[in-house]
Write a protein that binds this ligand. Sequence first.
Ligand SMILES: Nc1nc2c(ncn2[C@@H]2O[C@H](COP(=O)(O)OP(=O)(O)O)[C@@H](O)[C@H]2O)c(=O)[nH]1
Ligand SMILES: [Mg+2]
Length: 307
Amino acid sequence: MDPLRHSPSPSSSRASSPRTLSCERLGYVGIEAVLDQLKIKAMKMGFEFNIMVVGQSGLGKSTMVNTLFKSKIWKSTMPGLRVPMPQTLQLHSVTHVIEENGVKLKLTVTDTPGFGDQINNDKCWDPILGYINEQYERYLQEEILITRQRHIPDTRVHCCIYFVPPTGHCLRPLDLEFLQRLCRAVNVVPVIARADSLTIEEREAFRHRIQDDLKTHSIEVYPQKSFDEDVNDKILNSKIRERIPFAVVGADREHMVNGRCVLGRKTKWGIIEATNGLPSSSVGKESTCNAGDPGSIPGLKDPLEKG
Ligand SMILES: Nc1nc2c(ncn2[C@@H]2O[C@H](COP(=O)(O)OP(=O)(O)O)[C@@H](O)[C@H]2O)c(=O)[nH]1
Ligand SMILES: [Mg+2]
């Protein structure tokens, strides 16, 4: 019998009333307990996060995703191996459930191979924008049902990582055209791909030129002004804005440096570390990432080979 269904008798003492007993069994019930209840519920439900990666073939999108989650989420193109270039734009998604300290995250990564690879790139953004809008539509249709599901599967793209080729010049007309459309539909995080191919000075100059391009063409990337809800947000977001676009280096091989196993790119001059020691998660294995690194490449470390 549910003790909560009994109303306490006026004669009974406070300590022995059924309601008090049930409260003791359930723990403290009050406004401040709401936070704990929400936390327990959120932990049980888990979170969903959907990322999309966009950019030309060969810019390291697949490798970057593997670096971020330190697993083989995507198979990267092996150097020297002649894999036929996809003729048409195809989007494909892979979902993983990541668990860290009891918090579950359902991560979906959508890759867009072949974007901008054709000679005629006219409207090459259509399939990507179509996919993004289709997910909004799908969610909305579920949401407006009278008898809707308790939990609506969320396939909406929460973040789109846009890979800018490391030309060192400025954004190409294709980038501008696409970014202008993309940033109206989704949160865009532009990154300088394969940033190890630029010197530190080149990278900084490139970053500033991209920032100017974004401003000139009114392209509002993440974090948009609407995210500045209070002073603290404003301070944090302006720090992020200074660092956008992030310079990234992807790697999916591990190397030994001073007895330490690091994820990095082995070059003639040393190892470029691709990770910066952010907390690890588990998609089969541990993961660390560099995408949120404030625009720096950890640098060349302890050369294993010289000459
Ligand atoms: N120099 C350099 N090469 C990279 C980087 N990331 C990936 N690559 C290499 O670039 C090639 C293409 O990478 P891939 O991830 O398949 O590119 P995608 O076509 O954009 O998915 C592979 O040989 C990778 O090892 C990077 O940050 N720097
Ligand atoms: Mg790829």
